[in-house]
Design a protein around this ligand. Structure first.
Ligand code: NAP
Length: 336
């Protein structure tokens, strides 16, 4: 008999303390979906916003938190040809990763890369797909170019440094502590600026001989908009993927015209299963071989049992983490 399905739920929006493990109904796969018995789930900053009631799941998505997971396939829909029961996978989700079982469109599944444990694989889907899609597919970062990554010590930042190196680009990063700056340098960043102690814009200018960078990957938004545009060289591309510093700012179009700059804004979650699948295919083709060779690795700050989900959210809220925080998901009552 199948074990009962558990999920992290809450009765109302609020702080980490509202999160509770409860029995929920069994997910049913549509024809093009599989059911994954979840082993681990990644914690993302978006989950904190959703818990607080500031980020509603898109229409049709699971109401539960969780944008990525790893686990084993336990059932497949009628149209699923690429995957079978028992396959070990990791997956990009539109929601529902904080549960013992989740339905996933087949195109959003990826195999676990060689050399990575099933638990650690949960650290990969969101950061590899976000970074590859934005740095390479949207911004066209290429060999010999330079990228500025804000929040270099985050889950996203630690992967952006490694993917920049993979495509032959230099990375400069900003971080809020010396400990994070050292970790970024060890991962391959050429320059790591502690923005609490130093003016990052000056440091970026001097590191590029006054030329500026080709691409900025930004998680701050409004507060950094003007400085980010100033930091770009001619034909530079700014990609905004987070709004931690606000969403509304004045855009000086003169800067765009004079140096032919481009501003992009994207979210992975709102993309269709087809688009997510195209990104996942590129990641498996281009990043998985480098993971297998040890040139790219998941950077994992800690793995907590899912009974400690509130503490996992507090770690991200305090900004204590370097890289990813994972939840080890149990499959039945009494497990953690
Ligand atoms: N659009 C998308 O599709 C997408 C997908 C995934 C993630 N994201 C976004 O990417 C960001 C990172 O996500 P995550 O899950 O990896 O979260 P995380 O590990 O909690 O990282 C958040 C990071 O933001 C940094 N930060 C905050 N204010 C900053 C500032 N003024 N200057 C530089 N860095 C600053 C923090 O760095 P310090 O602690 O060093 O200050 C921290 O490392 C979040 O904003 C998230 O919403 C977007």
């Amino acid at each position: 008999m199948l074990a009962a399905v558990l999920a992290v739920t809450s009765d109302e929006p609020g702080g980490p303390g509202v999160l509770e493990l409860r029995h929920v109904s069994e997910p049913r796969p549509r024809a093009d979906e599989v059911i994954v018995d979840v082993v681990a789930a990644g914690v993302n900053r978006a989950d904190l916003l959703q818990r607080q009631g500031h980020y509603s799941p898109p229409a049709g998505a699971s109401p539960y938190l969780g944008l990525e997971c790893s686990g084993r396939i336990s059932a497949v829909g009628a149209d699923v040809a690429r995957w079978k029961v028992g396959d070990e996978v990791c997956a990009l989700l539109t929601g529902g990763g904080y549960a013992s079982r989740v339905a996933v469109p087949q195109r959003q599944l990826m195999p676990v890369p060689a050399g990575v444990s099933l638990v650690d694989a949960a650290a990969l889907p969101e950061v590899t797909c976000t970074v590859w899609s934005n740095l390479v597919m949207v911004a066209g970062l290429s060999e010999g170019e330079t990228v500025l990554v804000h929040g270099g010590g985050s889950g996203i930042g630690t992967m952006a440094i490694q993917i920049a190196t993979l495509v032959g680009a230099r990375s400069l990063v900003t971080c809020g502590s010396r400990r994070k700056a050292e970790a970024c340098l060890a991962l391959g960043a050429e320059v790591a600026v502690n923005y609490r102690e130093e003016e990052w814009a000056e440091a970026v200018s001097s590191a590029t001989g006054g030329d500026g960078v080709n691409v900025v990957l930004d998680v701050v938004g409004a507060k950094y908009l003007d400085a980010n545009l100033r930091a770009l060289t001619a034909d530079g591309r700014l990609v905004v993927i987070g709004l931690q510093g606000g969403r509304k700012a004045e855009l000086d179009l003169g800067r765009l015209l004079a140096r032919r700059l481009t501003v992009h804004g994207t979210t992975l979650r709102s993309r269709s299963p087809r688009e997510k699948g195209e990104i996942a295919d590129e990641v498996v083709a281009n990043v998985w071989p480098a993971v297998a060779e040890g040139r790219v690795r998941p950077v994992i700050d800690r793995v907590l049992p899912w009974s400690e989900v509130a503490e996992a959210h507090r770690v991200l809220e305090r900004g204590d983490n370097i890289g990813k925080v994972l939840l080890h998901v149990g499959t039945g009552e009494g497990e953690s």
